[in-house]
Design a protein around this ligand. Structure first.
Ligand SMILES: Nc1ncnc2c1ncn2[C@@H]1O[C@H](COP(=O)(O)OP(=O)(O)O)[C@@H](O)[C@H]1O
Ligand SMILES: [Mg+2]
Length: 340
């Protein structure tokens, strides 16, 4: 791996844990001791179903919610320790694009105002230079400079996301946090935006934290992939290894959710699913492995002990007792096995 640009260590994000009127309330940990690294020029894909804590990591990184424990080392600065907001040079270097381009763009601002706002705040460029730069930025994201005078509601969802990306690129950041940037778009537009992100990253050498719930969609653009389940990073590793040889049963389940093109394989999978004694409720089991209630491979040990972070052949780690053995040797959904 290249030099780490960002190293998140044991990050915990807790909601509702503040004491109110002297009464202590224990909060809910949306992120539990998460550890992640992003190298310079690298893309880390962060996947997991809704509610697993992905946005909480993104928002902690952006300084929008406080970290209740852990460190976020960005260029030798611990962002978790900056309680009074980030200094301008950090805000310049970390930009964000959110899921919903309808609500993240101010409807009363023109495209020119949206794209030049960061330049106005962070650079000494005069209005003419800012306009030139805005024209360049629109071209970079595949929009015509003639669109500068228009308002967000005049654009499609994909075009609005291009505008949001142009604004994020304006200050040439080192890292862009992309929180489900294509989830609200149709499939062909999703691919266009992913390709645009790919091309911009390769041209600039910046890094992405790319959040998605669809592992198949982000695996091409990601160097590494981390998988979250109920606040825990359950697996992490090189994108190809995680995608082609997932070590954690939850990663396999995420991949199984993607429809297969081969009808025979799809039928076999459906049959296996029907026989699987798995609860679909994403509730944390108390004690032991958080996934054991839904896991088709759960063993008595998974109830008694919390799996440690174990190395996986081919790179990365997984929090599963089976990670060290070859998971492919285990049938995905063994018949007659009941989860504890
Ligand atoms: N501001 C908040 N206050 C209280 N709970 C929250 C807040 N934001 C998120 N949560 C809870 O934290 C958990 C993780 O949410 P989130 O980080 O948004 O997950 P994801 O982005 O993976 O869908 C969920 O249980 C969610 O309900
Ligand atoms: Mg989210």
């Amino acid at each position: 791996m290249t030099d780490a640009l960002l190293r998140i260590e044991d990050l915990t994000v807790t909601y509702g844990g503040r004491s109110l009127l002297g009464l202590r309330r224990s909060g809910v940990d949306a992120v539990k001791a998460a550890t992640l690294t992003i190298g310079a020029g690298e893309t880390l894909g962060l996947v997991g179903e809704s509610g697993s804590g992905k946005s909480s990591i993104a928002n902690a990184l952006l300084g929008l919610v406080p970290a209740s424990a852990g460190r976020m080392m960005f260029n030798n600065t611990d962002l978790a320790a900056l309680r009074d907001g980030y200094p301008p040079e950090v805000r310049r270097q970390i930009q964000a694009v959110f899921q919903d381009p309808y609500s993240s763009l101010n409807p009363s601002m023109t495209v020119e105002q949206i794209v030049t706002e960061p330049l106005k705040i962070h650079t000494g460029l005069d209005p003419a230079a800012r306009r030139d730069r805005a024209e360049d930025l629109l071209r970079l994201v595949g929009l015509a400079p003639t669109h500068l005078g228009r308002y967000p509601n005049e654009f499609s969802g994909g075009q609005r996301q291009r505008i949001a990306i142009a604004a994020a690129l304006a200050l040439q950041p080192k890292l862009i946090v992309l929180d489900e940037p294509v989830s609200a778009l149709d499939v062909s537009t999703q691919n266009q935006i992913i390709n645009l992100l790919y091309e911009r990253r390769d041209a600039t050498g910046m890094s992405y934290l790319l959040i998605a719930h669809d592992l198949a969609l982000v695996h091409h653009i990601s160097d590494r992939i981390a998988v979250m389940y109920l606040g825990h990073i359950v697996e992490e590793g090189p994108a190809d290894r995680v995608y082609h040889a997932p070590a954690h049963p939850y990663t396999r389940a995420l991949l199984d959710a993607v429809p297969l093109l081969d009808p025979a394989r799809q039928r076999a999978r459906r049959a296996a699913r029907r026989s699987a004694p798995v609860s679909d409720l994403p509730r944390a089991a108390t004690g032991g492995c958080p996934y054991r209630n839904r896991c088709p491979l759960a063993m008595p040990r998974c109830r008694a002990e919390t799996p440690p972070v174990l190395p996986v052949a081919g790179g990365g780690t997984a929090r599963c007792f089976l990670a060290e053995s070859d998971i492919a040797a285990h049938p995905a959904r063994p018949e007659g096995v009941t989860a504890p």
